[in-house]
Design a protein around this ligand. Structure first.
Ligand SMILES: Nc1ncnc2c1ncn2[C@@H]1O[C@H](COP(=O)(O)OP(=O)(O)O)[C@@H](O)[C@H]1O
Ligand SMILES: CC(=O)N[C@@H](CCC(=O)OP(=O)(O)O)C(=O)O
Length: 300
């Protein structure tokens, strides 16, 4: 292949632009949450896997946490099982829990592991049950009730929140130079299984691993205002106001919450990024192109 001088210079510029980022992030843990909505296109699977393998090869420690909401929804539909969400969380009865575990711990997890292998990397897929990685407890959900004109606690079944992350299994995987791929299923002391929102798991893992970055890949360009402009660099107070006036709702609620919690607990930055853009991870980590919504800890 021969290139004209200008194209060659452009490629060289992009490559050298990556150098300070490689130097800065070598040896650092970067938690990437691959959202179910960003996963629906197989080509995006491949570009995501290549980005993660590249990160690993230049000395970073990528940790992948994945969702699979649309994939769970598709199987539930096939099985004629009705599903609904409260505050962005899937109401999960025992039957739904079985499907969730099958999809997240089975097909979705192994598809990502295979994509990473095809891209030349080595990955190990686990759920939070493996090595008791994710200890969960039942999540209590508060919902506003118009009839009561007050908030009420609703029981949404086998939905959990993270009680504790036991990093031992992660250290073993990372120590053996594998890329961990984690399905957001938790377990409690009695061995009961919980469906946990993948953003919440990614946020907690980033906190416990004191990650340099938490990246949440989704199917929107970032956190949007009512006119669809991307919002970035927000303070906690501004986020609270956006939740109160309904600008932030549904699946964006746990995303924002875990991004704020992560940066408050020492993660240097959290990013909500459009996973529909091919190589979104690569662009965010290795270039000066700022994409999506950046959340850092600052007063307010
Ligand atoms: N202010 C907002 N900005 C962007 N997306 C929002 C906002 N409020 C609600 N959402 C919704 O949140 C969704 C992203 O969450 P979710 O569907 O759970 O994605 P994922 O599967 O990637 O975790 C968006 O597709 C959008 O419908
Ligand atoms: C409790 C809860 O809602 N769990 C999610 C788990 C998967 C997930 O979080 O997937 P995305 O990241 O693709 O949305 C669910 O059942 O859909």
């Amino acid at each position: 292949m021969s290139l004209d001088r200008e194209s060659a210079m452009n490629i060289a510029r992009v490559l050298t632009e990556a150098l300070p980022y490689i130097q800065r992030f070598t040896g650092k843990t970067i938690v990437v949450k691959f959202g179910g909505n960003a996963m629906v296109d197989p080509a995006l699977h491949e570009s995501f896997a290549r980005d993660v393998v590249l990160m690993k090869l230049v000395g970073m420690n990528p940790v992948v946490v994945h969702g699979g909401g649309p994939q769970i929804g598709a199987l539930l539909k096939k099985l004629n099982i009705h599903t609904e969400f409260v505050n962005g969380m899937r109401v999960t009865d025992s039957q739904t829990m079985d499907v969730v575990e099958m999809v997240l711990g089975g097909s979705v997890n192994k598809e990502i592991v295979s994509s990473i292998s095809r891209a030349g990397g080595k990955a190990i897929g686990v759920t939070g049950k493996d090595g008791q990685l994710i200890r969960a407890r039942k999540l209590k959900v508060n919902r506003y009730s118009p009839e009561l004109d007050a908030s009420e606690i609703v029981d949404i079944g086998h939905v959990g929140e993270v009680e504790q992350i036991d990093t031992e299994v992660l250290q073993v995987i990372l120590g053996s130079h594998f890329i961990p791929v984690i399905a957001p299923i938790g377990v409690d002391q009695d061995g009961s299984t919980y469906n946990i929102n993948a953003d919440l798991v990614a946020g907690k893992i980033a906190q416990v691993m004191q990650a340099e970055k938490l990246m949440l890949l989704t199917n929107v360009p970032g956190l949007l205002d009512k006119e669809d402009n991307i919002l970035t660099g927000l303070s906690t107070r501004q986020v609270d106001a956006l939740i109160a006036d309904g600008t932030i709702s549904g699946g964006m609620l746990p995303k924002i919450q875990c991004a704020l919690d992560a940066v408050k607990s020492g993660v240097a930055s959290a990013h909500i990024v459009d996973g529909r853009v091919p190589h979104a991870v690569l662009l965010e980590i290795f270039t000066d192109v700022g994409i999506g919504t950046l959340i850092t800890s600052r007063p307010g």
